[in-house]
Design a binder for this molecule. Structure first.
Ligand SMILES: [Zn+2]
Ligand SMILES: [Zn+2]
Length: 199
């Protein structure tokens, strides 16, 4: 009888031990997990971001917002069809001629798109920065004026240029600066600079 009681007691003790060890393991696991997530959630300040590659989609949400804004600032001609495919709506504009093409008629290059006629122009020449204009949400006018001047330069004088949009995040990441950079073929840089500064 005494032996049986002892065996039962040992059994109960072992059972309780297993449960205690199990609970402790669970507790330790939870604590460690919390610490990890704390480490991962610590904001990392990277300071100024280099010009991001706009073809990638991992952007600071603020930058995406600015990109949409800049897109809206560009002159729009809706309900146009691709000049090469009359049944396809024009969706993407060429960085040089600003004409709207269907997606199959443009090639992506440096976050922009260029039509089949102008992609060789991009590839065969050396392009240099002409000037940089800083724009802000408060006054998008300057950007609109720049795009307009660029378009007239091409349509009236046949001088090709394209405009890149660069973004910079400031240290606290609470505001984003937008820069419009005009690029021209090396030999035309001075001429384009003169022309744009007159406008
Ligand atoms: Zn073009
Ligand atoms: Zn097309």
């Amino acid at each position: 009888m005494m032996e049986n009681t002892a065996i039962i007691l040992i059994g109960i003790t072992l059972f309780l031990l297993v449960i205690i060890v199990g609970l402790l393991t669970l507790l330790i696991y939870k604590v460690l997990k919390n610490q990890n997530s704390l480490i991962n959630n610590t904001p990392i300040r990277t300071g100024e971001a280099p010009h991001p590659d706009v073809s990638k989609s991992e952007f600071h949400p603020g930058i995406l917002e600015r990109m949409k804004e800049m897109e809206r600032a560009k002159p729009k001609r809706s309900e146009l069809f691709c000049p090469n495919h009359r049944e396809e709506p024009g969706e993407v504009s060429c960085g040089i001629c600003d004409k709207l093409f269907c997606k199959s008629c443009v090639k992506p290059f440096k976050a922009l798109h260029f039509c089949k006629e102008h992609i060789p122009l991009i590839m065969r020449h050396e392009w240099e920065e002409v000037l940089t204009v800083k724009t802000s949400t408060q006054d998008p006018e300057e950007g609109v004026i720049l795009y307009d001047a660029k378009k007239r330069l091409f349509e009236d004088k046949g001088i090709p240029t394209y405009i890149e949009t660069h973004y910079k995040i400031n240290v606290d990441q609470d505001y984003i600066e937008t820069y419009l950079v005009v690029l021209a073929i090396k030999e035309n840089v001075e001429m384009v600079r003169t022309h744009l500064s007159q406008n």
